[in-house]
Design a protein around this ligand. Sequence first.
Ligand SMILES: O=P(O)(O)OC[C@H]1O[C@H](OP(=O)(O)OP(=O)(O)O)[C@H](O)[C@@H]1O
Ligand SMILES: Nc1ncnc2[nH]cnc12
Length: 170
Amino acid sequence: MDFRDHIRVISDFPKEGISYKDITTLLKNGEIYRASIDALVEKISPWQPDVIVGPEARGFLFGAPVAYALGVGFVPVRKPGKLPAGTIQETYALEYGFDTLEVHADAIQPGARVVLVDDLLATGGTMLATANLMKKIGADVVGMGFLIELTFLNGREKLIDYPVFSLVEY
Ligand SMILES: O=P(O)(O)OC[C@H]1O[C@H](OP(=O)(O)OP(=O)(O)O)[C@H](O)[C@@H]1O
Ligand SMILES: Nc1ncnc2[nH]cnc12
């Protein structure tokens, strides 16, 4: 199945020069959405994660169903001010701006095998920040999975320390 056929590309969103990969067209199609989760699960399952971690917001759309399918927990990594208990933070650069991510300090046991899931790898800033949060916790990031990878932004270079796969490349 070519998931690319179900991803809508919008030029100059949210800024001029950005070719935005719109996953809402994939999500609204139940058969294709399920197939994308199944494909992620097939690749992630051999890593035998104890927990799946996904960054807000689109990481939730893929990470949580993968966790459900594997029967493991899901831990959300959120934008600042959203998590109610004690957090740790990491600031990172986006393809279009800067942001900070937070996770509950007690969300994951030190030494847990963690797989990070997101919809899209661009510069790699989001996933590197998420991996750095895991490092601070003492969790073991055993892999990262994405639906989409923008290869021309070389995000993998930032994530060189980790096994990475994506289902669709642009
Ligand atoms: O590899 P990077 O350059 O870090 O970019 C990828 C990130 O950018 C998007 O999230 P965004 O921050 O736009 O937030 P959203 O999921 O809330 O839309 C996307 O969902 C990834 O998380
Ligand atoms: N080009 C892009 N399309 C969709 N989401 C993104 N996040 C970062 N870059 C993006």
